[in-house]
Design a protein around this ligand. Structure first.
Ligand code: UD1
Length: 428
């Protein structure tokens, strides 16, 4: 199993390019199941989550090619409607095939996703949404068996609380349902906007009635599409925090500052300053690319955060921000409201010299003068990124084992950081 060896306390400088957004691309990959033909996604990095999703789509009968940031998915010959356990257990986002398969083939059999390192993560809202659209659902022998022999029918779906995944699945199912669907209390993440943009390109009729509600008029057919994927706000945020924690100034290019407002405002409170510019190179299709230059705080102010659905502070940056707050001049509280158990990284950060206690979904962080390098173990995707940040700031050498988690969601993170001046080696 791969590990990282990091020699810490190197200053970072230069420019880093942000890749396409993992959490936007995964549902768009499954949206290709809604049509029969060749769709093209560009700005797609090489992530293990995409390999796993491609594997699942191929199992269903699709052809998937991924080369040079371009992914072509041909769904002409889909001949399966089952997502088996060995594929689903590798990646929770496999549940995204449920809505598209039901909508197009009126049948789906998807292994029930298990828990993961960040909590139990149920799928009841996904199932509720499918039932509201008329599907009959049974959970048997570890599988979700769903069918709607006469097709899905438009309805009102009201989520009791916000779920990114259930919103995406509900939208993908409703676009081919008969009649109108209203979806209330939707997730507002940029990943959802990008899925909606993609479905509209495919011919779906989707309107935002207001900030919390969608109106979808079902159509009978959707067509293949070509679309450039949005930049990954979590990768951009991780890079900004890598600069902040090493007190370095870098430029994060090809990102969307609008998607990062909650983080930028908290980092400003910590004492960082930012310059946001339009890039004059590599213009993206039809949109203005941006770059953010960070000027780090030399003395870090402690800042409290509460994770919330977008536009609140993202849970996927909680662990990285927590590492940053370990070096603040004072104490801070970080409350996790999305996944109250998502603090597996705390014990590892404490091994590196941090002073963090966790109680009732809240981390209380007492700032320390610095991290000291040690051997630690990555437990999940964002926890791995956090340990990399701490290792960059630590005095001496840090060895992080089980970094396969990081390859699920960051493309060549060590290369990107080494290009900025870090000293990270990947060893087998
Ligand atoms: C997505 C992201 C993940 C991010 C999370 C929250 C992808 C592939 N993953 O995950 O990186 O951390 O949003 O921003 O985009 N819940 C239920 N029942 C359900 C569904 C969710 O109780 O049927 C709960 C979850 O356990 C969690 C909360 O709702 O407490 C939000 O989860 P959700 O937004 O659905 O997360 P995911 O879509 O799984």
């Amino acid at each position: 199993m791969d590990s990282f060896i990091i020699n810490g306390q190197r200053k970072l400088q230069g420019r880093v390019y942000i890749s396409g957004a993992k959490n936007a691309i995964l549902p768009i990959m499954t949206a290709t199941l809604l049509t029969a033909g060749k769709s093209t996604l560009t700005n797609v990095p090489r992530l293990n989550d995409f390999k796993n999703m491609a594997h699942l789509l191929r199992f269903l009968g699709a052809k998937v090619e991924h080369e040079n940031e371009q992914m072509i998915i041909d769904t002409k010959e889909i001949n399966q409607y089952e997502a088996p356990y060995e594929l689903v257990s590798k990646m929770r986002a496999s549940i995204y095939v449920l809505g598209p398969l039901l909508a197009r083939f009126r049948k789906a059999r998807v292994a029930f996703p298990g828990g993961c390192a960040i909590g139990t993560r149920p799928v009841d809202l996904h199932l509720m949404a499918m039932e509201r659209l008329g599907a009959k659902i049974k959970v048997e022998h570890g599988y979700i068996e769903a069918e709607c022999p006469d097709g899905l029918k438009g309805s009102v779906i009201e989520f009791p609380f916000i779920s990114v995944g259930a919103t995406a699945n509900a939208i993908m199912a409703a676009v081919l349902a008969k009649g109108e669907t209203i979806i209330k209390n939707i997730a507002l993440e940029p990943d959802i906007d990008s899925l909606i943009d993609c479905l509209i390109l495919m011919g779906a009729q989707i309107e935002k009635v207001n900030n919390k509600e969608l109106l979808i008029k079902g159509v009978t057919e959707l067509k293949p599409f070509e679309m450039k994927m949005i930049p990954d706000r979590i990768e951009a945020g991780t890079m900004l925090l890598a600069a902040a924690i090493t007190k370095s100034s870098i430029t994060v290019s090809h990102c969307e500052p609008k998607h990062l407002e909650a983080l930028l405002s908290k980092m400003e409170q910590a004492g960082c300053r930012f310059e946001i510019n339009n890039e004059d190179c590599h213009p993206l299709q039809g949109e203005q690319p941006f770059e953010i230059t960070i000027y780090p705080a030399q003395k870090i102010n402690p800042v409290d955060i509460v994770t919330e659905p977008y536009p609140g502070f993202p849970t996927d940056l909680q662990a990285q921000f927590l590492a940053y707050m370990c070096l603040a001049d004072g104490s801070s509280n970080l409350k996790e409201t999305i996944y109250p158990d998502r603090f597996m990284h705390v014990a590892e950060l404490n091994r590196l010299g941090a002073d963090i206690q966790v109680s009732g979904g809240m981390a209380i962080v007492n700032g320390v003068a610095g991290f000291s390098g040690a051997e630690v173990m990555a437990t999940d995707l964002r926890a791995s990124a956090t340990l990399v940040l701490a290792g960059l700031a630590a005095e001496g050498m840090t060895k992080i084992s089980r970094i396969y988690h990081i390859d699920r969601g960051y493309e060549r993170i060590e290369e990107k950081l080494n290009n900025l001046g870090a000293d990270i080696k990947r060893i087998l």
